[in-house]
Design a protein around this ligand. Structure first.
Ligand SMILES: [Zn+2]
Length: 234
């Protein structure tokens, strides 16, 4: 992508046209959320990973992009490494702390402007430590929350911010069919869907994916990673 104006982080905003010459591709993206202060919860048994989801994506052969927090890679280094070693996936950055880059943002604690680029770089460092390969320079703002100040503060991190056009609604959902229907209703050629890779906050995602994938293929869609969607930009 072209650099953003005046030293700002560029933002990849998916705006689909719903047809025309756009190829029937769709990118499923999965946020591997874990907040910097959730270590004690993980220690007491809460699961922020979702191995069954990753296994389902492999079984169904769905190329996809995982936006991983640095804290998640620290908690689950073997899984982080395995995801990064699999050519089916690419690993992008979802910050180290999963704190907010603008406020208010779903009650998340806020990262100071001077600490923003460092927080993103700290996630890349955590990926390297875990031996994660297939890392791409894309960044998803926690909660999707950002403003012009955040885009300027993040410029030194040299990432492209990635937003989405389809909200799956999988966060805290327990009804997989409702999640699947929301995605199936929302997808247009070129769509970018946001979902989650954490049993703790998104327990229905794997079941939803098992329904979404065959139905979209039936409609003629091909699954791609975010990097391929970007290549296709007019
Ligand atoms: Zn997140």
């Amino acid at each position: 992508m072209a650099p953003g104006p005046a030293g700002r982080t560029p933002v990849f905003e998916r705006r689909t046209t719903g047809g025309g010459s756009v190829e029937k591709v769709v990118a499923l993206t999965f946020d591997a959320d874990m907040t910097a202060d959730q270590g004690p919860r993980a220690a007491s048994g809460e699961r922020f990973d979702n191995p069954d989801l990753v296994a389902a994506l492999r079984r169904l052969k769905v190329p996809s992009t995982v936006f991983m927090t640095g804290r998640w890679a620290e908690e689950y280094p073997a899984q982080a490494k395995a995801i990064g070693a699999d050519p089916l996936f690419e690993v992008a950055n979802h910050s180290y702390s999963h704190h907010a880059f603008s406020s208010p943002c779903y009650g998340l604690p806020v990262v100071g402007k001077t600490a923003m680029a460092r927080d993103v770089e700290r996630a890349f460092t955590a990926f390297r430590k875990a031996g994660v390969r297939n890392v791409v320079p894309y960044f998803r703002f926690p909660g999707g929350c950002y403003d012009d100040k955040a885009l300027s503060a993040l410029a030194p991190a040299n990432v492209t911010a990635v937003q989405w056009d389809v909200v799956s609604g999988d966060a805290f959902a327990t009804d997989a069919d409702a999640v699947a229907e929301q995605v199936l209703d929302g997808v247009r050629p070129g769509s970018l869907v946001v979902m989650h890779c954490t049993r703790s906050a998104a327990p229905a995602t794997e079941a939803a994916v098992r329904r979404i994938v065959p139905e979209l293929r039936e409609r003629g869609y091909r699954f791609v990673k975010v990097s391929e969607l970007m290549d296709d930009r007019p």
